[in-house]
Design a protein around this ligand. Sequence first.
Ligand SMILES: Cc1cc2nc3c(=O)[nH]c(=O)nc-3n(C[C@H](O)[C@H](O)[C@H](O)COP(=O)(O)OP(=O)(O)OC[C@H]3O[C@@H](n4cnc5c(N)ncnc54)[C@H](O)[C@@H]3O)c2cc1C
Length: 552
Amino acid sequence: MSKPIVFLLEPSPGVAERAEQALREEFGAEFQILHEFTTDDALRRLEVLRTQGRHIALLLVAESLVGEEGCGSVDRVADWFPDARRVFYGRDETAPEPPVPGGTTFAARIPDPWTAPHVALFPVLRDLLSDWRPGAQASTPTVQVIGFQWSRQAHEIKDFLARNRVPYVWVDWERETETRRQAEAEGVEVGALPVVRFPDGITLSQPSDGQMAERIGLSTEAESPFYDLIIVGGGPAGLAAAVYGASEGLRTLIIEQEAPGGQAGQSARIENYLGFPEGLSGGDLARRAVEQADKFGVEILAARQVTGLRAEGPYRVISLDDGSELGCHTVLLSTGVAWRTLDAPGCQTLIGAGVYYGAASAEAESFRDQDVYLLGGGNSAGQAAMLLSRYARSVTMLALEETLSERMSQYLLERIENTDNIHTRPCCTIDRATGDGRLETITIRNVKTEEEETVDANGLFVFIGAAPETDWLESVVARDEQGYILCGAALNAEDGNRHGWPLRRDPFLLESSLPGVFVAGDVRAGSVKRVGAAVGEGSMAIQFIHQYLSER
Ligand SMILES: Cc1cc2nc3c(=O)[nH]c(=O)nc-3n(C[C@H](O)[C@H](O)[C@H](O)COP(=O)(O)OP(=O)(O)OC[C@H]3O[C@@H](n4cnc5c(N)ncnc54)[C@H](O)[C@@H]3O)c2cc1C
């Protein structure tokens, strides 16, 4: 099989010669190094490589080419090779930063890189290339998902695979007749759709998350009946706690009902997480965290839901969705929040058939050259709009707010304003959705003028906030009116009510009303709903867990 490619676009012959040689020495064993002097030549060659089915892992563009030409090449590469990492490098640190092309999701600027590439440049490139690999398996046999585009179950399967970072090929039964004929010849019947075909020839019809988890090698059964720490929820808070806990000797199990990574795993690009100045996708963050947890021996159960929690003397007992139980000394609740659903007629029945909740990364490609709508005015809506704009013909953001600046970060707002195919409609909501088996129209209402307009819509992505799903913890731990879990000082109400706290000592900072049960991240009452905060709280919780264990 041909090697994936590192493609260099450098106009200066002297620099190009040095750069190519350095790249070959460093990356030549795994990657083919190609170079062109001009953007036109580069585009011609890239087009040929695309038709040959080759993979571009990294495009390196000299900053002197940034401007219309260089940006054009970067944009084109983003279209042709969506997985390719794109890096500008420059030689003049004092020059003003050039405009980054609209829709470009990553552009690192490394000054004077070829003088000592091992110092500044190669660590960055290595890091980027390690991120690239998981998404670049298309040339190896991949999982195939075969079904109808507007099937909710097919959407859920794609979302599950995407969130578990399993590369798959989507086969639309109605459009891709060749693959369909092949599947039919192999005995796949229309009534069995959606089906998932694995590289080893196993085909699953309408599989559950649990069946898929087993097939893709995720654990669904715990290895031991008892742990020092059981973490419920594998988002950033849970993963951070697991890394700290396991690295400090606690036998640690994470139980995650969907895929490790949590909400952050759905983020197209997190730009404000410390240590990643160019941002990183939620998928990358989740993959790194899972690898790190794995390194320290954390056990992770995926596609398993925790449905109950109780105290049994000094022990805590967790119930799972199949009725089985696991014991432990301590529990961390890091269950985050779940998307709020849109309560407009028609929307519920069209979920997965054109109406999606936070699933932009799994579905973006299906909406190539189509018109999509997005409801919501926060950062998650903004990130999804940027991602969708790379594929869709137009993305219309509908928001209740008068201006997006009310809830969206400035950097994201600027990107949205600079992206031609994103349009915004303030003071709007959706009153109705219609469609026969798939979304066809939505009715938009201006909440100020009360004017209504019904428009054709292929896709509607909904980002209208989130709420904790903690009903299963009712009468187990104290919660506020919205269901967020109280802990630490929040358990001491002014009227002396301690929300059922049973001990003479005060609860630790992140300890819930049930001693030994801790809480971290978005599900905590008063949390700030940021990746950094969730990671910080998850890490801190371990300190209190050690204190709790040492006092017993
Ligand atoms: C699209 C999007 C973009 C975002 N972008 C940014 C950003 O750019 N910067 C930023 O700082 N923040 C961002 N956020 C917010 C950030 O992702 C969250 O603050 C963070 O993920 C919270 O982490 P957490 O671990 O507390 O919870 P979550 O990430 O919500 O994880 C909780 C996990 O618990 C699991 N779970 C829940 N109940 C159970 C149960 N009963 N049994 C088993 N498992 C369960 C869930 O499946 C989930 O995986 C974004 C959020 C979204 C949705």
